[in-house]
Design a protein around this ligand. Structure first.
Ligand code: FAD
Ligand code: NAI
Length: 467
């Protein structure tokens, strides 16, 4: 029987990054993945393919505005969706191949098959052809991720009533895509198909889209997406989804009980994801689950069984690739006797629409609820030379700082390139910078990053230079 120091079940960003760090630290490491491609949800049906389609559809949308820049496109510009999806798949294949290369380079043993616990120190790997083998491991890390969740009365047929997985490979541009859930998936994939010419309607239970983020970001994103033609039904509770031939009918009630009926040719169900533990046989090892079906862990990400750890989407917290990665590294370093730490407050969140939305730290709503005295400084992109030069003037940067100490408590931004700009805010907050610290750093001119400096000036002393 093969023996390992560490065995990781699941090869998503949590699992494969953990495997690399374990190998770097000298552990004899194995990784088990049930699919033939490595990289998990993120690489195969999540972050990477969705960003590939967002990029392609963004190029198409930009073409419509080329005339403003004095560029005339001769002839019709057409969408070839099959080609767009083929390119997306090529990006996915290359990226997943890159993970395989990294496993080989770090001498991590890769097993293909479903991993299930035989005991607290042994895992059975069952291959597609039914054959199996059992390996022994001193430590085991559960990194089995998540799957799309749905509503009890919806039956996902994967053809017209679909999840994000099918939305990444549709055979045609929908005429009318009805999206249930105005969270990250609904809005990102909604914008893809909106750009490609679909009518897009979003039905959201709460009173705003991207409800986990600062309300000012929801408001601005709603404004921009409405301008682009997306329709919103916020504060609407979906009660029925039926399909007849090529038509999907979604019925929802607003808070007063008024019914809205939406007929589309596709319905994307994007109401969140659930931890995935099917087939894992976690109870055989004595691993406890929470009421929400997550693997229960303590602050060291240790489960109820002392040699078994869990990371990523399968445990509590934000379902984000970079959160899973940090946790994968934390467990590896903890096993090696180090004292790693994750500040969950400083894990940024990004929505890859255009304009991009990004945030780190506390929202205004959270600070109010916690009774923290804070000051806020904002700066609009339209006041920025670089934004005007490029024609990307939507959005703003908002910095929240402690009213007394000026320490930055939260940074919320929407606009061009915010997905990358947020890294400055994370760095600043990691080093517990004050708004004044940021405002006194030189920011190259003309750049989008100047909006961060200007927002910091506004937060410090209400002294933005360019508004
Ligand atoms: P996963 O990536 O889900 O990987 C788990 C792996 O374990 C899978 O490959 C699965 O097959 C395998 N597995 C499960 N059970 C077993 C078993 N018993 N035996 C063997 N293998 C098993 N996050 C971001 O940060 N940025 C984004 O832009 C982003 N975009 C997204 C877009 C979409 C459409 C979706 C759906 C998600 C997106 N996410 C994004 C979320 C991100 O994909 C997840 O947070 C991340 O993949 C979680 O990583 P993980 O390692 O915990 O699990
Ligand atoms: P989500 O939690 O972001 O959004 C789900 C939305 O559905 C919420 O706004 C919720 O209020 C709404 N909802 C729930 N029940 C509803 C109902 N009955 N009727 C109408 N609306 C309802 O989940 P989503 O978008 O499915 O994404 C899953 C996970 O994937 C997220 O946790 C996210 O972190 C991750 N992800 C991250 C991305 C990124 O980082 N850019 C991109 C895509 C996904």
């Amino acid at each position: 029987m093969s023996q390992f120091d560490v065995t990781i079940i699941g090869s998503g960003p949590g699992g494969y990054v953990s495997a690399i760090r374990c190998a770097q630290l000298g552990f004899k490491t194995a990784i088990i993945e049930k699919y033939s491609t490595l990289g998990g949800t993120c690489l195969n049906v999540g972050c990477i393919p969705s960003k590939a389609l967002l990029a392609s559809s963004h190029h198409y949308e930009e073409l419509q505005h080329f005339a403003n820049h004095g560029i005339e496109v001769a002839g019709d510009v057409k969408i070839n969706l099959a080609k767009m999806i083929e390119r997306k798949q090529a990006v996915v294949d290359q990226t997943s191949g890159g993970v395989k290369y990294l496993m080989d380079k770090n001498k991590v043993t890769v097993f293909e098959g479903v991993g299930s616990f035989e005991s607290a120190t042994s895992v059975k790997i069952t291959k597609n052809d039914g054959s199996s083998e059992v390996i022994e491991s001193k430590y085991i890390i559960i990194a089995t991720g998540s799957k799309p969740s749905t509503l009890p009365f919806i039956s996902i047929d994967k053809e017209r009533v679909i999840t994000s997985t099918e939305a990444l490979k549709l055979p045609e541009v929908p005429k009318h895509l009805v999206i249930i859930g105005g969270g990250v998936i609904g809005i990102e994939l909604g914008q893809v198909y909106l750009r490609l010419g679909a009518q897009v309607s979003v039905v959201e239970y709460l009173d705003r889209i991207i409800p986990g983020m600062d309300a000012a970001l929801s408001k601005e994103l709603t404004k921009v997406l409405k301008k682009q033609g997306m329709k919103f039904y916020t504060s609407h509770k979906v009660k029925e989804v039926t399909r007849s031939g090529e038509t999907v009918t979604v019925k929802a009630d607003d808070t007063k009980g008024n019914e809205v009926v939406l007929e589309g040719d596709y319905c994307l169900v994007a109401v969140g994801r659930r931890p995935y533990t099917e087939g894992l046989n976690a109870d055989k090892a004595g691993v406890k689950m929470t009421e929400r079906g997550q693997v229960e862990v303590n602050d060291h990400l240790q489960t109820s069984v002392s040699n078994i750890y869990a990371i990523g989407d399968v445990i509590r917290g934000a379902m984000l690739a970079h959160k899973a990665e940090e946790e994968g590294v934390l467990v590896a370093e903890y096993l090696a006797g180090q004292k790693p730490h994750i500040d969950y407050n400083l894990i940024p969140g990004v929505v890859y629409t255009w304009p991009e939305v990004a945030a780190v730290g506390k929202t205004e709503e959270q600070l109010k609820a916690e009774g923290v005295a804070y000051k806020a400084g904002s700066f609009p992109f339209k006041a920025l030379g670089r934004a005007r030069a490029g024609g990307d003037t939507d959005g703003f940067v908002k910095i929240l700082a402690d009213a007394k100490t000026d320490e930055v408590l939260g940074v919320h931004m929407i606009g061009a390139r915010c997905a990358d700009l947020i890294a400055e805010a994370v760095t600043a907050m990691e080093f517990r910078a004050s708004a004044e610290d940021i405002s006194r750093m030189s920011h190259a001119h003309p750049t989008f990053a100047e909006a961060v400096k200007e927002a910091a000036l506004a937060a410090t002393d209400n002294r933005s230079l360019h508004v």
